[in-house]
Design a protein around this ligand. Sequence first.
Ligand code: ATP
Ligand code: MN
Length: 461
Amino acid sequence: MRIKISKITENNIDTILTVMGWIKSSRTSKNFSFIELNDGSCFNSLQIIIDANINNYENIITKLSTGASISVAGKLVKSPGKEQSFELQAQTIEILGECDPEKYPLQKKKHSFEFLREIAHLRARTNTFGAVARVRSALAFATHQFFQDNGFLYIHTPIITAADCEGAGEMFKVTTLDLEKLPKTDKNNVDYTKDFFEKPAFLTVSGQLEGETYACALSDIYTFGPTFRAENSNTSRHLAEFWMIEPEMAFADIYNNMDCAENYIKYCLKYVLEKCPQDMNFFNKFIKPGIIDKLNNVINSPFERLEYTKAIDILKKAPKKFEYNVEWGTDLQSEHERYLAEEYFKKPVILYNYPAHIKAFYMRQNDDGKTVAAMDILVEGIGEIIGGSQREERLDILEAKMDKMGLDKNSYWWYLELRKYGSVKHAGFGLGFERLIQFVTGMENIRDVIAYPRFPGHCDF
Ligand code: ATP
Ligand code: MN
């Protein structure tokens, strides 16, 4: 029976094991050969020693090239080398799939991340992308564990929706209409009654509005699913398709929201440091030196909580020259967010009470009449990782706000009904999963923490 490399321990020494995987590297000679075999179950490869007296040695060693897949049975022994504590002495080797070393795109040399994006179907075989995939999986598990342990229900909100969460554009349209021959109304507009849903439909930009309806029945819920934004942002923090985690809590205010977000992030960091030590050591050594210490600092100190108005004061007095000016009322750019988290406070910052006019319609109006109970969490290297708010639960204020922003109240009728029938204060936030992975791994570009990134001009594989 096959054993995965991650499961092999000292207890297996002196027993016969069968492993299967892909050759990371090999050194062959007339008398014996070495192979580094990786099966992706963990960062470390298993060293295989092949003695020339095994069956068919001459023939086999010609096929032991990097990238080839093999099955090896042999005896696990203590390793004399200091790189690993054990190694496998091969008794039989079966070549499962050969790999032409002349053509294999993943050569032993170090490839740039840009190049690897072009061969995204093979990049999971590299150290970096294998480690990213394992950390990503661990973070997804940690997310469910955290919310489930805290009594949140996992809700699946729709991916196709007619509701535009932000009241802004930037959505992908979903249609079965023939774009070459669009049906038109008398007024020469597109006749959406002929479309699949008989009205315009989109890929969701957030599950929040639907999430609120379930929180206002089940108390605490979270969503964790794909999210789409057709924004033309060619940055290292934006994707057109990303995954978002959106908890929503009834009977909660903005401070409960901050506590939940801070505890959740800390839980995720602890989880990964504990469960993925080999991968994290790799990131610490080769991707972002010092990242493990930094994550431990984040875990061990409270996040800074700061009102927007105070942040503007700090930014205006900053010795640093920013590309964009800040004034009370302007939205912060990534450079401002990063200055606060990286240079000024040197830890994650929860910024809250933003000016109402730069935030979405559903955020709860504060008593000053100028600000809303919004909160963003800003972290080193990235800027915003979380955006959230206490929601406006007062029907009259919400309706007035929607009128002021020119939103069509009819299309939000169900959302407004929550405020008519047993309205309660509630709050929630959205965390971009890929930004969390960037934060944990130190990977600079968001395109390298998702298997197949979608961004303007790119929808390959
Ligand atoms: P930004 O200002 O960075 O564009 P946003 O304010 O538009 O983000 P929100 O609408 O608040 O983002 O979404 C909640 C979270 O989802 C963000 O804090 C971020 O972590 C993540 N997010 C938003 N847009 C994207 C994107 N295009 N790609 C990846 N993650 C995103
Ligand atoms: Mn935001």
